[in-house]
Design a protein around this ligand. Structure first.
Ligand SMILES: [Cu+2]
Length: 155
């Protein structure tokens, strides 16, 4: 009787080890889908940050950044020029930039957080995720058009 119990215990341990390996693998795979590394950090983070939608626009008054209208009926007339971006310290933020200017390329930058989009063509979107890891008032801007700028306030 005793002789038979020994091998049973051993195989139980083996099963636990195998389950452990499987769970670790599933965990890593899941992380691979959802983890992203902010542009100013070496550590991948999970989940989604505060979403900031901003568009580059060209009017008779010149070039500007505006909040994305979203296309809904409610958003009619609520376009804000050079909107101030408010964040809390260590908050994860994803900036979704879109160029709505048919004639000119634009880019989006927040130098202090290593946020630099490429020069975006007409209707070209780019999302940049960063961590607001310091407090203060910073400037976002387009390097091609100095008048395109606004504030990022991290509290
Ligand atoms: Cu520009």
């Amino acid at each position: 009787m005793k002789k038979q119990k020994q091998p049973t215990k051993k195989s139980n341990i083996k099963i636990f080890v195998i389950i452990g390996i499987i769970l670790a693998g599933v965990g890593a795979g899941y992380g691979g889908i959802n983890a992203m590394t902010p542009v100013n950090s070496k550590t991948p983070v999970f989940g989604f940050g505060e979403n900031i939608f901003i568009n580059a626009k060209h009017t008779d008054q010149g070039f500007s950044f505006v909040t994305q209208s979203g296309g809904g009926k409610k958003s009619m007339g609520t376009t804000q020029v050079s909107p101030t971006i408010y964040l809390t310290r260590d908050q994860l933020a994803s900036v979704h930039v879109m160029n709505n200017d048919k004639d000119f390329k634009h880019n989006f930058n927040i130098d202090e957080f290593n946020v630099h989009s490429k020069d975006l063509g007409y209707f070209e979107p780019q999302t940049i995720t960063f961590v607001a890891d310091k407090t203060g008032t910073f400037r976002y801007h387009c390097t091609l058009h100095p008048e395109m700028s606004g504030q990022v306030i991290v509290q």
